[in-house]
Design a protein around this ligand. Structure first.
Ligand code: ZN
Ligand code: ZN
Length: 359
């Protein structure tokens, strides 16, 4: 065999036989809710088509690797940091990323970010058809065109660099029922006022990264993960995502906490925490195992008369809990948890009910 043929044979063997390193996707552990799929979503991020530092396909690769289901690339309309080198095209990032999103099973929402001084502030327009018409100075013309495209309008980072202010534009959008969502958390920032408005004005509670740099995130931990939105969708599709966002079925995962409406926080707590029947009982004590299937390190504080003053349930683990009890059936164990906030500084109240032994 001539040298070149040997080389060719080796190359063919390497391509055909040698093990190829599989791409690895991290899983984010939050269970589905009854009737709904829990979609992990980051609906605010940037690429080189505005002032981000990565090519659009990189956002898809990062999202897949980090266990997300859906993303929106939302480059600024008004701020194009690289326009001397990258063409000003308000559809390009989506068009470049879409084939990769299909390959990687990531739901890609087409979006842009409207970037104005505050007031009125910044807004994401999601589920748009065409980004070009939004390149106009008149902010109300922007929202008229958003309505023509049936865009989903979200108010971004209301407390960025200042105290949040509900302005005239927000009121007009709300009157027109065009404002659907508000970023309660953006990256490492949390805006309690925005959380209160979301609850009072019936807006979806949203959390996003607004990432500009490459994401170098390792495996998610309670302390170190993307800020993102859990969306409870009837199906894992763009239509399912849109319907769930319109209905406000969301929770924000920020630091070691989920935030949102009580009904979803409560349903998620019930889905995450499973109390096993007591495996050991003495005259005045129960031993039970409590499972936490979520990414949160859950801390429970007693608000009733029975049970330990504090119970800690580490993420994705089973904890052994000893409960001192009077004789007879266990009374309801009333607790609250700051890992699930149902309003600014409002921890979720929960009742731990211990199943009867042998069930
Ligand atoms: Zn912004
Ligand atoms: Zn942004």
């Amino acid at each position: 065999m001539k040298g070149r043929n040997v080389l060719r044979a080796v190359v063919v063997w390497l391509v055909g036989v040698a093990p190829v390193a599989a791409e690895v996707r991290q899983a984010i552990h939050f269970p589905d809710l009854p009737g709904y799929r829990t979609l992990k979503c980051d609906l605010h991020m940037h690429t080189v088509f505005s002032d981000g530092k990565v090519w659009p396909t990189v956002r898809v690769d990062e999202a897949w690797r980090e266990g997300l289901d859906a993303i929106a690339i939302t480059d600024h309309i008004e701020y194009l940091a690289h326009k001397a080198f990258v063409t000003a095209d308000f559809n390009a990032a989506y068009e470049i990323a879409l084939p990769r999103a299909k390959e990687k099973n990531i739901l890609l929402v087409k979006g842009v970010e409207i970037t104005r001084d505050t007031p009125p502030g910044h807004f994401n327009l999601l589920f748009i058809r065409d980004g070009a018409p939004f390149n106009t100075a008149d902010i109300f013309a922007v929202f008229d065109r958003a309505a023509q495209q049936n865009a989903y309008v979200m108010w971004n980072h209301p407390g960025w660099r200042q105290r949040p202010r509900w302005g005239e534009v927000q009121s007009r959008l709300a009157e027109r029922k065009q404002l659907k969502a508000i970023e309660v958390c953006n990256g490492d920032e949390y805006y309690p006022e925005a959380f209160q408005w979301a609850i009072e004005k019936n807006l979806a509670v949203i959390g996003c990264t607004d990432i500009h740099d490459p994401s170098l995130s390792p495996a998610p931990t309670p302390a170190l993960h993307r800020t993102l939105t859990l969306v409870f969708a009837r199906e894992r599709s763009l239509e399912g995502l849109r319907e769930a966002l319109e209905a406000g079925r969301t929770l924000v995962w920020f630091e070691n906490c989920l935030m949102g409406r009580e009904q979803y926080a409560s349903a998620m707590f019930d889905a995450c925490v499973r109390i096993h029947p007591p495996h050991h009982r003495t005259r005045d004590r129960l031993h039970v195992e409590i499972e936490n299937a979520s990414e949160l390190n859950i801390e429970l504080e007693r608000i009733g008369d029975a049970g330990p003053a504090k119970i800690t349930l580490p993420a994705r683990a089973i904890s052994l809990v000893e409960i001192a009890l009077p004789t007879g059936d266990p009374p309801p164990l009333a607790y609250r948890t700051r890992n699930f906030l149902i309003g600014p500084d409002r921890p979720l109240p929960v009742n731990l009910s211990i199943p009867a032994a042998g069930k």
